[in-house]
Structure formats: structure tokens, C-alpha cells
Design a protein around this ligand. Structure first.
Ligand SMILES: NC(=O)c1ccc[n+]([C@@H]2O[C@H](COP(=O)([O-])OP(=O)(O)OC[C@H]3O[C@@H](n4cnc5c(N)ncnc54)[C@H](OP(=O)(O)O)[C@@H]3O)[C@@H](O)[C@H]2O)c1
Length: 334
């Protein structure tokens, strides 16, 4: 929307579980004017990450977004007014701009100029989830040639890229995803060797058939019973890279949060599980974006985005990730 109005989603109360009406409010303010050292971004795309529900709900690895504050989120857009030489008008940028039409940004904020013409590719492969896949796979999981790697939420933003990086490293990759359409994309488009549909197949049984000697690496995004099945199938000396556990974050539509039971398999199989946060690698983001961009350009990596529309739909768009309604990176075009 153009004009003089800036629409913003602000926090009214801490959500309990998925976002519900009344947790947030859509308000209107004036489009900000930049002061010296500032610029204004007209946001074109918002990116959605499960961790945003943490940011809204409580203090975690970062303080919760304050009540009355604009909902924070990664986003991409174009500079429309500027009083800094670093980000002239017309520059396409990404950063934590929030759920709003226009963001006022200082030129010392963590903002990067888009490396690709496409905002959706920038927010996906070259954005937070691509970076998570890159550092999780290359620094924590570290697959070797012919290792068997299992990736959960394999049709999602992080999992799909993580599995393709493992393939580039010469590993054999088994995805786990919900439904035949997602599983078909994972094998036929993303080039995984196999994909288990956890909604219609027994994960543990299928892993036993696909990897009779056990799996060497698990790149975990889901947790709960999905992780339990992978733990049952660990090879001796396996590594679990704990990227996330979306099934354990909040109760969804009456289903309780999931827990794991098979942690002792780590002991029996002399294996390790290591968690990580992408923000720990912030000083290496440029290097990773360069590599991810190159893989995207030369076709070594394919990506898929699920682009919803309209700022007014932002809360429901975040909820989609927890219901598995997204296919690929969840984005919203403004
Ligand atoms: N460590 C870090 O720094 C870091 C950074 C970013 C993201 N993460 C984590 O990475 C994971 C993936 O995030 P993303 O943004 O890439 O999301 P995503 O994978 O694009 O979307 C989440 C997917 O998880 C699956 N899912 C949701 N609830 C599930 C359940 N109860 N059981 C099984 N599968 C379920 C759904 O796929 P199906 O349809 O296949 O079920 C859904 O599409 C999350 O755990 C997130 O917290 C970690």
C-alpha cells in the first residue's frame, strides 16, 4: 500500500500457544521520516520463523518483544528515503524490519544489501533459514562422503537446504516430511535419496529398511516422536545436530507439546547431540551467503517458497508453520 499511512502489528498481550485474535493489534501511524544516519525501507516481503513465537511469548536467547512494540521479523524491501550514504534510495535490503509497511532503520543496524534480485530467494536460501542450514550442516553435523544423513521437516525452509548441502558433501540423505506431495518434492526436486512420509508411514521401520546399519547424522528440526524414531536408528558414533524441535514449542490445535523418550540411545550408540543457534555465526554470514548464493545460481541447490499475501494476514501466516501448512519457506508479500 502506498500513501501516508504505515500499518504496524503491535503486541497487546503474550500469546499462549498459537497466535489468537487479541494477542496483537494492527494500528496505523504516519510513515516515518529519516534523520541523519537513518533510512526508511518500504517492506515488500516478511519472512516467518518458528522462533518468532518465542520472541513474542517470553525471554529466550533474546528478550521478548515488549508489549506495545512492533512484532519483529526478518523482512526485505527497498529504501524509499535516506539520509545516509550507506543505503541510498532504491537499494534492496534485508534485516529485522518487523511486521509493518515501512521501517525506520539506522545505518549501523544489521542490514544487508540483497545479493539476488529476488527478495524471496534472498529471505530463504540467503536468509536466516539458509544460514541455519549452512552452519548447522557444515559446523555441527559435518557429514562425510557416504554418511547417511536424516533430515526432518525436509520440505521446510531449513531442512530442504540442509539436506541439499549434505548431498553436496557426498552424503546419502533421507528426508522426513508430512504428506506425499512434500515427499515427492523432496526426492524429485531437492534430490534427496529418499523421503519418509511420517503421516502415513512408520518412521522407525522405514529408517531400519533404508539404513540397516544405522544413520550417521540426524539434522533435527521437529523433535518429539520424529526425533525418537531417528534416535532408535542411530549408528555407533552418530551425531545429532539439534537445530530445532517445532513439535515441542507450543500446543497446536489441542495437541500437547511433544517430548522425547529415547535419549538413552545416545548412550547405547556412543553418539552425541549438539544444539546450535545461527546467531552464533553472525560474523561469518557474508561468507555463507556468498556460498549459498553461488549454489543457488549454479543449480546445486533448489528452493521453494510459500508466499501468502497481505499484512493483515501476518498472524495467521505465522500459525501456518506450526500446522505444517507451509510448503518451503513461509513468506508474506505486502
Ligand atoms: N538453531 C537455529 O538457529 C534455528 C534457526 C532457524 C530455525 N530453526 C529451527 O528449524 C526448524 C525449521 O524451521 P523453518 O523456519 O525452516 O520451518 P519450516 O521447516 O519451513 O516449517 C516447519 C515445518 O515443520 C513441520 N512440523 C510442524 N509441526 C510438526 C509436528 N508436530 N510434527 C512433525 N513435523 C512438524 C511442518 O512440516 P510437515 O508438513 O512436513 O510436517 C512444517 O512445515 C524449527 O525447529 C526452527 O525452530 C533453528
Amino acid at each position: 500500500m502506498e500513501g501516508t499511512i504505515n500499518r504496524q502489528w503491535i503486541v497487546k498481550k503474550r500469546p499462549e500457544g498459537l497466535l489468537r485474535p487479541g494477542d496483537l493489534a494492527l494500528v496505523e501511524t504516519a510513515i516515518p521520516e529519516p534523520d541523519d544516519g537513518e533510512f526508511v525501507v518500504r517492506i515488500t516481503h516478511l519472512a516467518f520463523d518458528p522462533a518468532q513465537l518465542y520472541w513474542l511469548s517470553f525471554d529466550s536467547y533474546r528478550p521478548a518483544i515488549p508489549i506495545g512494540g512492533v512484532v519483529e521479523s526478518f523482512a526485505a524491501g527497498k529504501v524509499v528515503s535516506s539520509r545516509t550514504d550507506r543505503f541510498p534510495v532504491g537499494t534492496k535490503v534485508q534485516g529485522v524490519f518487523g511486521w509493518q509497511d515501512y521501517a525506520l532503520v539506522t545505518d549501523d543496524a544489521e542490514v544487508s544489501v540483497l545479493r539476488t534480485e529476488s527478495e524471496v530467494k534472498a529471505l530463504n536460501v540467503c536468509g536466516l533459514t539458509g544460514l541455519t542450514a549452512y552452519f548447522g550442516m557444515t559446523e555441527i553435523a559435518r557429514p562425510q562422503k557416504d554418511d547417511i544423513v536424516v533430515v526432518s521437516a525436509a520440505a521446510g525452509a531449513t531442512g530442504s537446504i540442509a539436506g541439499q548441502i549434505a548431498r553436496i558433501r557426498g552424503a546419502r540423505v533421507i528426508g522426513i516430511a508430512g504428506g506425499p506431495e512434500k515427499c515427492r518434492w523432496v526426492t524429485e526436486s531437492a534430490g534427496f535419496d529418499a523421503c519418509i512420509d511420517y503421516k502415513s508411514q512408520n518412521i522407525s521401520e522405514q529408517l531400519g529398511k533404508l539404513a540397516p546399519d544405522g544413520v550417521n547424522i540426524v539434522f533435527e528440526n521437529v523433535g518429539g516422536p520424529v526425533l525418537d524414531a531417528a534416535l532408535e536408528n542411530l549408528a555407533i558414533g552418530a551425531r545429532v545436530a539439534l537445530c530445532g524441535g517445532i513439535s515441542s514449542y507450543v500446543p497446536v490445535d489441542g495437541a500437547p507439546v511433544a517430548s522425547i523418550n529415547n535419549y538413552m540411545m545416545l548412550g547405547l550408540r556412543r553418539s552425541s547431540m549438539t544444539g546450535f543457534l545461527v546467531f552464533d555465526y553472525q560474523d561469518r554470514f557474508d561468507e555463507a551467503i556468498g556460498q549459498l548464493g553461488q549454489w543457488l545460481d549454479d543449480g546445486s541447490i533448489v528452493s521453494i517458497e510459500d508466499v501468502q499475501e497481505g499484512l493483515e494476514n501476518a498472524p495467521e501466516t505465522l500459525n501456518r508453520i506450526f500446522r505444517g501448512l507451509n510448503f518451503g519457506k513461509q513468506l508474506l508479500a505486502l
